[in-house]
Design a protein around this ligand. Structure first.
Ligand code: HEC
Length: 555
């Protein structure tokens, strides 16, 4: 550790014990319970863009900040409470040199000097986006890997020694898992399926490709292409991570209501979760089993105009209304004659059911859309693709309803945003400028601007549903595979996906982007923008890491 650097960062600190890897010094100071520090390595000196996480012993809440250009970091104000905090870092290629550091914070400011060293084995730190960038192969072969990462990271794939035939077996097993599975909680599909049905007609070609990416030849055949650490504006934030009480809780969609209370769908269990961000307390609101023997859990969680929640119940076959005031739940099961083994309600649009008493919902098993009558529970079936050429593939994903309760959904198999008129059921398609962009999910604002994420396009876009004008913006990190996008009221478009643990802010006036890195592997799905602060606060569920993340960017 270089004395000169430390002096520059902390000229007010008497450095007596600099020879140890890192030291912690408490100072008498006028500041309350603050922690200030610096991160360095012998390779780089002072390091920018290192994420530093502090967690008070025994707490379910942790806080993360980034080092700035001069290598300093600080938890100022009343972010940290008094007590012993354990520190950890995220900086690709590095780890803390020495034992796990901790620092005791009292009512005086504490200082921490973290020395990093190169890791011996980088594999556990590599993100999916970096695996995909590093792996050899054409872009279309690589895109298929995005079909593996919705249940686990690519490390699991790359560290095997399977040949193509063996991979075919593995893929056959993967195909049996329902898409809300992950290694801590596998669930089995009821509908019979196989590798070909799940991973496409060219499954053998894909299995052969997979066998070129792993250790089957005895060693890895490629070098890692790692993403540079984030610099500048993207280092200005505070992240708070709230742990959920069970490691199998899959926080898929996070929604913050008008009272600042956080609700989330559990992708793998029949319950809606509630987090009080003031205390970290988590309440589980269980709901009944509609289809015994079918995978549990819900996906899309949305609010209607009056603030009540609606959940798409996935394989449970139906939708659910959750009264925000009384906590009462009412389920609307899919009627028997519309059910099959693949029935799956993934996405729902209840936003303006006050207009005509109807809620839109997908039916993956039929590749159609239903409209549910809120009073009677009757299901109406609409096939938006019936007039489209038979050789084309289409499917409905992310859904939004405009103020007249017309439906706008993303065509996840192709490149369209599709409008269904609530009165005439007329279908209109708006195509993205990017071919096979596979728009996935998005949010519509009060003015009818629809933000959407292009899963295959590595872009996010905005469609002004009043004028039909569409604008698309590239995200800076290749293989981000945006899952969701949302506009804030300050003109920024936010997007992120399952691969890079990075959240991207796009300035819609200039296209300029800022990326924020999250403290650990996160598998980001839904993005929720809370505009009640300036800048807006971003909420994300850690779908495979049992936590809820709050990102508060700083100006
Ligand atoms: C629908 C969820 C899901 C998808 C999609 C998925 N997996 Fe898995 N995978 C799992 C689960 C659950 C486990 C742990 C249980 C097991 O090993 O069967 C697992 C484990 C693995 C393992 C480690 C166990 C072993 O047999 O070596 C490998 C390798 C693997 N998956 C490869 C793949 C590949 C390749 C893909 C994409 C083609 C893929 N997975 C897609 C759910 C999935």
């Amino acid at each position: 550790m270089q004395m000169t650097c430390l002096r520059r960062a902390f000229s007010d600190v008497a450095i007596a014990a600099c020879t140890v890897g890192f030291i912690l010094i408490s100072l008498q100071s006028s500041h309350a319970a603050e922690l200030h520090g610096v991160v360095s390595s012998s390779e780089e000196g002072m390091m920018e863009g290192v994420l530093v996480t502090a967690r008070r012993e025994g707490s379910t809440i942790s806080h993360t900040v980034s080092t700035r250009a001069d290598g300093t970091f600080s938890f100022s104000g009343d972010i940290l409470s008094a007590g012993k905090h354990v520190l950890s870092v995220r900086a690709i290629g590095y780890e803390i040199d020495g034992a796990v550091p901790s620092v005791t914070i009292s009512n005086e400011a504490a200082r921490s000097f973290l020395k990093l060293r190169k890791v011996a084995d980088i594999v556990p730190q590599v993100t999916n986006a970096e695996w995909i960038a590093s792996m050899p192969g054409g872009i279309n072969d690589k895109k298929q890997l995005l079909g593996c990462t919705n249940c686990h990271t690519l490390e699991r794939v790359a560290e095997t020694k399977y040949n193509a035939t063996e991979f075919l077996d593995v893929m056959g097993r993967m195909a049996q898992y329902s898409n809300n599975s992950f290694p801590l909680h596998p669930q089995i599909r009821v509908a019979e399926t196989n590798a070909g049905a799940r991973f496409g007609a060219e499954t053998l070609k894909f299995a052969t490709f997979l066998s070129t990416l792993n250790l089957s030849s005895g060693k890895r055949s490629y070098d890692f292409k790692l993403l540079p650490r984030i610099k500048g504006q993207g280092t200005k934030f505070l992240i708070t991570e709230f742990d959920l009480p069970k490691e199998t809780m899959e926080a898929h969609d996070v929604v913050v209501d008008r009272d600042g209370m956080v609700f989330f769908s559990d992708f793998g269990a029949n319950q809606i979760g509630q987090l009080d961000p003031k205390t970290g307390k988590v309440t589980e609101h269980p709901y009944p089993v509609l289809r015994a023997g079918y995978p549990m859990g819900g996906l899309d969680l949305e609010q209607d105009e009056s603030g009540n929640f609606w959940l798409a119940m996935m394989y449970q076959g139906g939708i659910l209304r959750f009264d925000r005031k009384t906590n009462e739940m009412r389920t609307y099961p899919v009627p028997k004659e519309l059910l099959n083994e693949a029935t799956q309600q993934a996405l729902i649009a209840p936003h303006h059911q006050e207009v005509d008493g109807k809620v839109w919902v997908t039916n993956v098993g039929l590749n159609k859309i239903h409209r549910v009558d809120v009073k009677t529970g009757a299901y109406e079936t609409i096939d938006p693709f019936k007039d489209m050429p038979k050789n084309e593939r289409h499917s409905a994903y992310g859904m939004n309803a405009d103020k007249d309760n017309n439906l706008w959904f993303n065509d996840f198999s192709a490149e369209g945003i599709v409008r269904i008129d609530a009165k005439t059921l007329e279908v209109t398609m708006f195509k993205t400028g990017t071919a096979r962009s596979r728009p996935r999910r998005g949010h519509m604002d009060a003015e009818g601007r629809l933000a959407f994420a292009e899963f295959y396009g590595d872009r996010a876009g905005v469609l002004d549903t009043r004028t039909g004008k569409m604008t698309e913006y590239s995200v800076p990190t290749p293989h981000t595979a945006p899952y969701d996008a949302a506009l804030d009221k300050y003109g920024y478009l936010w997007t992120a996906g399952m691969e890079s643990d990075r959240v991207t802010r796009i300035d819609t006036a200039t296209g300029e982007t800022v990326e924020y890195q999250l403290p650990r592997q996160t598998n980001i799905r839904r993005i929720f923008v809370d505009d009640s602060s300036k800048p807006s606060t971003i909420w994300i569920g850690n779908n495979e890491g049992a936590s809820i993340i709050r990102l508060q960017p700083q100006p």
